[in-house]
Design a protein around this ligand. Sequence first.
Ligand code: TV7
Ligand code: CA
Ligand code: ZN
Length: 388
Amino acid sequence: SPSCPDGRKRRVCYYYDPGISNVDYGEGHSMVPRRVAMAHSLVASYGLLNDMTRLRTRPASPEELLAFHDQKYVDLLGRLTPAAYMSDGNLRRTAEEHGIGPMRRLDGACTNDNPVIDGLMGYCLSYAGGSLAAARALCGGDHDVAINWSGGMHHACRGHANGFCYVNDIVLAIKQLLGRFRRVLYVDIDGHHGDGVEKAFADSNQVMTLSFHQYESQFFPGTGSIDDVGEGAGRYHALNVPLKKGMDDQGYHELFKPIVGKAMQVFQPDAVVLQCGADSLSGDRLAGLELSVGGHAECVRYLRGFNAPLLLLGGGGYTINHVASCWCYETAVAVGKEDEIAHEIPHHPYDHYYRSQGYRLQYRTEAPGSRSSGENKDAAVIRVKALE
Ligand code: TV7
Ligand code: CA
Ligand code: ZN
């Protein structure tokens, strides 16, 4: 159980690179990096930057990516610009072999999960650099919580892009943490399965991965069944909690708290990484889970209560005002001020985005009704084999 009163202050550091607001996956693409700028602007307007150390760090170097990614893939990322992609047939073929492109269809629409975008390598080095700096801050012992909302790109693989993710900052950060801590628990509350992180550590008993996600036919990426438990030395160190759409706060926490509590007790991690993908919120444009901001943030509050070094990362989230509200509120939870910040969203440059939620941080969406609470009763009796 939590080893210290939850109200106690934590030393929190925070990474934000304003360059993220210029990153564009293409018109109509679900991933809108500007949501991170919106979250930051909200954090700033609530005065929360005064309660954290801002990590002013250089971007990662291409060499640092090699701690997980392979040389050929990193070289490709370094060369891949929209112009080079258009003019060089070999490069185009190589990019597509690594999951990137084609840029757009003949009618001009962008329909690729991982498009060739302007400033691709700079974007990757920035969000990876942020997660690495955040991990180093925890290793140094002078911060208890470290935040990078631009990170959390859990689908990227060693040698290819996947699911909007080009480099896997989470794997890089966990490897950094393993330089100082013996055991790292990774918890993933994004609505999608954290497949890239799970796979990277599938045979490790130093990293336990635990993903909660929507799991239904046709729902990306299709992995993360309850029987997926890791392999070799890592057997029972990968845990998956597949959920049906419609899962709400109550049903979610009937699973989250006992399972995470048990994982903390059994695995005794020296550090915790929480991927806070906000596409598990109700009203998300891609996923069908029904968490409220309060229910999502309760995951942060609960893990913070254990008082292990905690790395908070972003991830998915496709209704961007909800995402920004959520990550701002979770920043307040991290610094212990969630009861002090006003519900009314302050005037700030992005405030017009919050009209549909009545300019309130903890907006309420229509009650989802009992649409699938019945179906999720099955999930509620989930037996996580490793923890029995
Ligand atoms: C962490 N779902 C990432 C989640 C990655 C989900 C997918 C889209 C999508 C992409 C678009 C787009 C979209 C409305 C939604 C099998 C396909 C079907 C591309 C259209 N609109 C995270 C990845 C997932 C791109 N991919 O966990 C451009 O939805 O289901 C798929 C794969 C093939 C490719 N097509 C989709 O949240 C950050 N993509 C519109 C424009
Ligand atoms: Ca997940
Ligand atoms: Zn997601």
